[in-house]
Design a protein around this ligand. Structure first.
Ligand code: GLY
Length: 371
């Protein structure tokens, strides 16, 4: 698989300005790198905007992924899936149970994707009512296709015998209530300049005022399971993700999401788009989180991967690609290569990493680092 940057046809100067290191220089750096840095590793995030206090979720998830890695040896994809499933089951994160609701306060449209270093890729967009959307992406990766969407994807998922589940939670409804408040106050960024009511594409009518929107949520609440959220509101917006490196230097990345906070029917973000939300290859693995539109425009994962392939450390590669993305856009990235691993985000992001020696969490190292 050849990336646009490798072909030299990407018009953006920022990463292109980074001089590629010679193959020899890369080889020397690898040979000189601390052997303790190279070994099995699972690194997961709980989404851009998620506070470090929630890094216990990714910490449990990476333990599960690492256990899978230890029991299944070289299967980086199996470890990535086990990690994502754990995060999909955690209602505090925007994936699986707890996924964001769409603007109608009823529907959830989940996206998921995975990729490994043999260019095996599978993705799904716009599916509902499944406990583990990542399992659908896995099945797509085993098919002749790369990406399935909407009704076709849902019907395909129906052939897999996966566990069905109502993914809506009180936390997601509370988050949409905060989104409605911003929307009707004209404080929702580009939504304030867009006539979203004119383009409303749900079966139910568009709310004209905030109290009508809140009534949509109350109606959803009436038929719902679960207790009111017992936590203070947070800015967790987005997506769960994982990158994996095996003992033999095999790589995989995976993502799962309910999409962005305010979204009409059919909106798809970066997660199922190869090179936008995730990328994996022989030089490493990358998983992004945050505002999908910004991640797609900046082709975040492919560009970070390209820098890994040129011999940059994961932390440097993340910094170079994210430094010009506005904090208002909100983007985070995790990455691993044979030079180490790194995390970086334009705002807070819960993450955890597990290697043979230890488990690391966002509340011990905020932002980014090389290990
Ligand atoms: N990053 C997930 C999304 O924007 O849908």
């Amino acid at each position: 698989m050849v990336l646009p940057l490798a072909l030299g046809c990407d018009p953006r100067p920022r990463v292109g300005e980074v001089p590629p290191r010679s193959v020899d220089a890369v080889a020397v750096e690898r040979a000189a790198s601390d052997p303790a840095r190279v070994g099995p590793l699972v690194l997961a995030h709980g989404g851009q905007g998620s506070p470090a206090s929630r890094s216990d979720g990714p910490a449990v998830a990476v333990d599960r992924g690492f256990a899978r890695l230890e029991s299944e040896g070289e299967d980086a994809v199996a470890a990535a899936i086990a990690t994502i499933e754990s995060l999909e089951d955690d209602p505090r994160f925007n994936a699986g149970t707890g996924a964001n609701l769409r603007l109608d306060a009823r529907s959830i449209e989940a996206d998921a994707a995975l990729m490994d270093d043999r260019a095996r890729f599978g993705a799904v967009a716009g599916i509902a009512d499944l406990r583990h959307p990542i399992r659908v992406a896995e099945a797509v990766a085993a098919s002749p296709h790369l990406l399935l969407v909407g009704e076709g994807a849902q019907a395909f998922a129906g052939t897999l015998g996966l566990e069905a589940r109502d993914l809506s939670t009180p936390q997601a409804r509370a988050k949409l209530a905060r989104g409605y408040a911003k929307l009707f106050a004209g404080e929702a960024g580009p939504w304030s300049e867009w006539d979203w009511r004119r383009h409303w594409n749900f079966a139910t009518p568009a709310p004209a005022k905030l109290d009508e929107a809140m009534a949509l949520l109350e109606a959803a609440e009436a038929g719902a399971q679960g207790e009111a959220p017992d936590e203070t509101p947070d800015e967790t917006k987005d997506t769960v993700g994982v990158v994996v490196r095996t003992a033999q230097g095999r790589y995989a990345a995976a993502l799962s999401t309910g999409g962005t906070t305010l979204a009409i029917h059919g909106r798809v973000g970066d997660v199922p788009l190869l090179g936008a939300g995730l990328y994996a290859g022989p030089h490493g693995a990358v998983a992004a989180t945050g505002k999908g539109e910004a991640i797609i425009r900046e082709l975040v994962a492919a560009r970070v991967y390209e820098l890994l392939a040129r011999g940059q450390t994961p932390a440097d590669a993340i910094r170079l690609v994210t430094r010009e993305i506005s904090p208002e856009e909100g983007v985070g990235v995790i990455a691993v290569s044979d030079l180490g691993w790194g995390t970086g985000a334009t705002s807070q992001m819960a993450w955890a990493a597990r290697d043979r020696d230890a488990r690391h969490r966002a509340d011990t190292w905020i932002q980014r680092q090389d290990r």
